[in-house]
Design a protein around this ligand. Structure first.
Ligand SMILES: Cc1ncc(C[n+]2csc(CCOP(=O)(O)OP(=O)(O)O)c2C)c(N)n1
Ligand code: SF4
Ligand SMILES: [Mg+2]
Length: 278
């Protein structure tokens, strides 16, 4: 396939017109969408079998309106319950959730850990920009300690969630973390997330030069440089102390395993119930 044809092929996953996008200049959202479309294409995910579910926030504009598949743009924090309903009714579909850190780990945090515990076959991509971006920069459960935000003008007193570790501990089959600086590694992780049965989760550290940039006084390029400089491979991080890991971004694959997928288990229960109720 020529380069031009390959590009046209990937664009089939995207609703047109895409420009102008809703994203601010320098936002990581464009990179995330670009990488996602490459992953969908290379994994040969059929658009007719794909349901993209999201909540509310800048990251939630990624699947809806931009992905040309069935999309559910749901209420803030409730993407996973909606996606769970779809997957339970139609287990044969590829059900993907893509939303922000506030959406999935703040208001929707309980849904996230229980979906991971059940190991239901959702493909979840959490775009972590360390802030409530769309609403102007309020503190999120992922905001680093001491950061000055719109709602923590004297510095954030709360330590942040290590959300990939939380999801891994809850029982997901696959968990990885990359940043928008690591586009190729991120694509590989997304492909593996699509290919692995069960609950799969990729945390994507992404730059928000507007709402989070107000706090860090960095532009998009400085943020990407910072992601590069602060990244530590997961394997190396295992030999480091908590103090040494302070302020670092651990990247790579945290978990890859094969616990039973929830809708398969549910089907077995259904068959058992029918047998016992005869
Ligand atoms: C129930 C409810 N509470 C609050 C809001 C307001 N709200 C909309 S988006 C958002 C935060 C978005 O942050 P995040 O999910 O991290 O997405 P980002 O914009 O950073 O990509 C909030 C608080 C809402 N729409 N609904
Ligand atoms: S506010 Fe931040 S996350 Fe939202 S579009 Fe602008 S740069 Fe991107
Ligand atoms: Mg956010």
């Amino acid at each position: 396939m020529s380069k031009e044809n390959a590009c046209a092929h990937r664009l089939e996953y995207v609703r047109k017109p895409i420009l102008p996008t809703v994203f601010c200049p320098g936002c990581g959202g464009g990179t995330v969408l670009n990488v996602l479309v490459h992953a969908l294409d290379e994994e040969r995910v059929d658009q007719k079998d794909l349901v993209a579910v999201t909540g509310i926030g800048c990251a939630s504009w990624l699947p809806s309106p931009y992905l040309k598949s069935d999309t559910l743009h749901c209420t803030h924090g409730r993407a996973i319950p909606f996606a769970t309903g779809v997957k339970v009714q139609k287990p044969e579909l590829q059900v993907m959730v893509i939303a922000g850190d506030g959406d999935l780990s703040g208001i929707g945090g309980n849904h996230l850990i229980h979906a991971a515990r059940r190991n239901i076959g959702l493909k979840v991509f959490l775009v972590n920009n360390f802030i409530y971006g769309m609403t102007g920069g309020q503190v999120a459960p992922t905001t680093p300690i001491d950061t000055r935000t719109a709602t923590t003008p004297y510095g954030n007193p709360e330590p942040p969630f290590n959300i990939a570790q939380v999801v891994a501990a809850a029982g997901a089959n696959y968990v990885a973390r990359w940043t928008t600086y690591h586009a190729f590694q991120l694509k590989s992780a997304m492909k593996k997330a699509f290919a692995t049965p069960g609950f799969t989760f990729v945390e994507i550290i992404s730059q928000c030069p507007v709402s989070y940039g107000k706090s860090t006084k960095q532009d998009a390029v400085q943020m990407l440089q910072d992601f590069k400089d602060r990244s530590v491979p997961f394997e190396k991080s295992c030999g480091m102390t908590e103090d040494e890991l302070e302020g670092q971004i651990v990247v790579g694959e945290l978990v890859s395993r094969s616990r039973p997928e929830f809708t398969t288990v549910l089907e077995q229960v259904r068959e058992k119930a029918q047998e016992e109720d005869k």
